[in-house]
Design a protein around this ligand. Structure first.
Ligand SMILES: NC(=O)c1ccc[n+]([C@@H]2O[C@H](COP(=O)([O-])OP(=O)(O)OC[C@H]3O[C@@H](n4cnc5c(N)ncnc54)[C@H](OP(=O)(O)O)[C@@H]3O)[C@@H](O)[C@H]2O)c1
Length: 306
């Protein structure tokens, strides 16, 4: 551990969603950087499995009184857990808003506010667009993804003064091996079945997991970083470009189309919101902050992952 990391040794981070796909990679990255990470979890089995740098707690009331350098909020009901009934859509929203409100209540009890509060959101905030390039200054369009992300962001922003800096991270499709969308796409792609979904012209704004954790690290440590940040690679692609790049990496053709009506039949409204429509998002604020992507282009990201 170098001197920089030794200094971070005294820095404590509270993380919600730390047992999930992103949270697991993020906590490992932060621990490697010398931070102490405490994860809020509903999983009783995790509570006794901590280490010197990684602790699990069941409730915010269990937190030790100390200075918390940063709070990172990623928890929420998975979008693809089950078909989207009205009740399930309400649960997807309320799970995120409820955790955020509990965090806010706890933050209000602290005598010293954290340096930084990083709260999750997604590029779904922008709604559905065609080929327009969107950045953090672009407007949103109505739809379920926008309703969800707007409610989640508003819950965090309602208490923006509870930390010295508030950063909202609008995540794109996170590519990693241990969860998320990529493993689910691999089997059809390996069978040569990964072709255009619907029109195939919808934009997918993706990001490699390594760049997700590195960019969150930058937001933690850059005292100028505040506001909304798109966490997406600078080169989003259309869905058919994505399918072709994946096919090339696997040496399989990306020919067989999945008609939109079939996707909706199989996956319901989730298909419409997340797969068949999209948005072309650029990470303007991250680039302006000096962040350099390890994986700016999709072929390089897929090559590293596969
Ligand atoms: N992965 C992506 O491509 C992507 C893209 C855009 C946005 N996001 C958002 O970023 C966040 C993290 O993503 P992820 O892929 O790491 O998600 P994930 O693997 O599904 O993990 C989410 C975490 O949230 C907690 N959780 C699940 N259901 C919950 C509920 N009903 N109430 C409270 N907490 C609940 C779980 O922690 P415990 O079981 O330990 O409590 C879980 O570890 C999510 O909110 C997701 O919507 C992800």
């Amino acid at each position: 551990m170098n001197v920089d990391n030794l200094m971070k040794n005294s820095k404590y981070i509270l993380l919600t969603g730390g047992t999930g796909f992103i949270g697991r990679c993020l906590s490992q990255h932060l621990i490697d950087q010398g931070y102490h990470v405490t994860v809020l979890t509903r999983s009783g089995a995790k509570l006794s499995s901590g280490t010197e740098h990684l602790a699990y707690i069941a409730a915010l009331a269990d937190l030790q009184p100390r200075h918390w350098y940063g709070v990172i909020n990623l928890a929420g009901e998975p979008l693809n857990k089950t078909r989207w009934s009205t009740a399930q859509k309400a649960q997807i929203i309320s799970s995120r808003v409820a955790v955020t409100q509990r965090l806010n209540e706890w933050l209000r009890t602290l005598s010293t506010p954290p340096e930084v509060y990083i709260s999750g959101s997604a590029v779904g905030w922008y709604g559905h667009w065609d080929d327009e390039c969107l950045d953090e200054d672009s407007p949103s369009r109505a739809g379920f993804s926008n309703t969800l992300c707007a409610a989640w962001e508003a819950a965090a922003m309602a208490q923006a003064d509870l930390a010295s800096r508030l950063c909202i991270i609008r995540l794109g499709i996170v590519l990693g091996n241990a969860g998320g969308s990529l493993p689910a796409m691999l089997l059809p792609a390996k069978l040569g079945l990964g072709g255009p979904m619907g029109a195939g012209q919808q934009w997918w704004s993706w990001i490699h997991m390594e760049d997700v954790v590195r960019s969150i690290n930058l937001l933690l440590e850059n005292p100028q970083a505040t506001g909304v940040f798109n966490l997406t690679a600078p080169n989003p692609v259309t869905q058919i470009e994505f399918a072709r790049a994946l096919g090339r990496q696997l040496h399989r053709p990306a020919l067989l189309p999945l008609p939109g009506f079939m996707a909706k039949l199989m996956l319901g409204e989730f298909a419409e919101e997340v797969l068949l429509k999209g948005q072309r998002v650029k990470p303007k604020h991250l680039l302006d902050s000096g962040f350099t992507f390890n994986y700016p282009e999709l072929p390089g990201a897929l090559r590293q992952l596969l």
